[in-house]
Design a protein around this ligand. Structure first.
Ligand SMILES: Cc1cc2nc3c(=O)[nH]c(=O)nc-3n(C[C@H](O)[C@H](O)[C@H](O)COP(=O)(O)O)c2cc1C
Length: 175
């Protein structure tokens, strides 16, 4: 069953994004493949964050988050945000960023982006949290070749979904 599921949805080959957020003077961000526009009027965008991730634990307390769209030239940024965890390193050290609403980090290297106010959070009991946002800024509109899952699927995620602590809101036991 799960093999069939992966085989069926794999060819959809989604475009990749980096989601960033901030709360209580803590910044976070990770590579995300689960995301979509989910309403036209009013405009809404949805991302799904793994409960294993540092970014998940920070966004629970955040008012805003940003969705940065990756281009084919951004594979190094995907690796930076997708293979390390904010539980272990400061991913924003040495990176140029500007503070958006509530301090959400806006990455200068990734100008195609949405800044979103957190609207709805749905925890359906699965390993990812559904996060719906209302765009408060839309920057860098225009076409570009997106970085697709097939180009980064070989990366080892900083946290695998099954690593989530129980309850998922807790820090890692050694973190
Ligand atoms: C190809 C790929 C796709 C990923 N997709 C998602 C995703 O849709 N949602 C998510 O929360 N994490 C996803 N991840 C995992 C995180 O980007 C990764 O575990 C990251 O290191 C977590 O960082 P953090 O602990 O600092 O939040 C993906 C990782 C890779 C390599």
């Amino acid at each position: 069953m799960s093999e069939d599921f992966g085989e069926l949805v794999g060819p959809l080959d989604p475009a990749m994004i980096v989601v960033t957020t901030a709360a209580r003077d803590e910044r976070a961000g990770c590579l995300v493949g689960f995301h979509a526009q989910c309403s036209i009027d009013p405009p809404r965008y949805v991302v799904w964050l793994s409960k294993a991730n540092h970014t998940y634990r920070v966004v629970l307390h955040a008012g805003h988050f940003a969705v940065h769209l990756l281009t084919e030239d951004d594979a190094d940024v995907a690796e930076h945000f997708g293979t390390q965890s904010g539980d272990d390193v400061d991913k924003f050290a040495g990176i140029d960023w500007d503070a958006g609403p509530d301090g959400v980090p806006l990455l200068r290297r990734l100008p195609h982006r949405l800044v979103l106010r957190k609207h709805t959070v749905l925890d359906d009991g699965s390993d990812h949290l559904c996060l719906v946002g209302v765009p408060v800024a839309v920057q860098g509109a225009g076409s570009f070749p997106p970085l697709r899952l097939s180009s980064v699927v070989h990366l080892d995620a900083g946290h695998r979904a099954e690593e989530r602590p129980v309850p998922a809101t807790e820090r890692r036991a050694d973190g």
